[in-house]
Design a protein around this ligand. Structure first.
Ligand code: FMN
Length: 221
């Protein structure tokens, strides 16, 4: 499978991975290739920190301690608008409900839902992961460039048989992430990306998200 339409259809957020390690050299090459993504003025505003192997083990342990201690940060940017109106609110609600249905966790079981959500901060046990930072001086236009980089990378990963999950959840632990990455103060964390081979036996990966019909958002003038 290598045609672009198939790759676009095959990419989805995968939230459970096998133990199979990811070849870091190969991964580095894909990250390099993703930088062919366009950016306004070719400023290429992305800063990427990649971790796997022992560093990943070390980071997971650090995060486990942090979560057990009840530590968390206030995100440095609004992950969603304070008032997410329709139709966006319902779309967000649906993907959450669909995911927890796959996991068999009902709405009332808040503790189990929170436990599952906390798996974000273990990179969903993926063998590799990265953090995407951007300069604090950058604005909405450059943040959109980050999205293009991210999607380019996720498609390249699919082409290599790898799976991924982008994660804004890391915004709730930006200080720990920045410290671990030794990121300079003038860089701000946007998101993480869990990377590995899909665990096809895990029910969470049965989730297939939908998209709004074209006529809800396309206007042909
Ligand atoms: C920038 C970005 C951040 C995201 N953050 C999270 C996250 O923190 N945790 C998570 O489980 N999924 C996260 N997602 C995945 C979205 O929920 C997912 O992309 C959306 O529901 C569409 O599903 P699909 O990726 O399977 O097509 C994120 C996606 C994007 C693009």
């Amino acid at each position: 499978m290598s045609d672009l339409k198939s790759l676009l259809e095959a990419r989805r957020s995968v939230r459970a991975f096998t133990d199979e390690p990811v070849d870091i050299v190969r991964l580095t090459a894909l990250i390099g290739a993703a930088a062919r993504a366009p950016s306004g003025g070719n400023v290429q505003p992305w800063h990427v920190y990649l971790l796997a192997g022992e560093r990943m083990t070390e980071f997971r342990a650090l995060m486990q301690t942090r979560i057990a201690d009840g530590q968390a940060d206030t995100p440095e940017y609004p992950v969603y608008p304070a008032k997410l109106g329709e139709p966006y609110r319902s779309r967000r609600f649906k993907v959450g409900e669909d995911m927890y249905a796959r996991l068999g966790i009902p709405r009332e079981d808040k503790a189990k839902r929170l436990d599952w959500f906390a798996r974000n901060w273990q990179f969903f046990d993926a063998p590799a992961g990265l953090f995407l930072f951007v300069g604090r001086e950058m604005g909405a236009a450059q943040w959109s460039d980050l999205g293009m980089f991210l999607q380019s990378l996720m498609l390249l990963l699919v082409e290599e048989g790898l799976a991924s999950c982008p994660q804004e959840a890391w915004a709730m632990h930006h200080s720990a992430v920045a410290r671990f990455c030794n990121a300079p103060e003038d860089q701000m964390l946007f998101c993480g990306l869990a990377i590995g081979y899909e665990d096809r036996a895990h029910p969470v990966n049965d989730l297939r998200t939908t998209r709004a019909p074209l006529d809800e958002w396309l206007t042909i003038l």
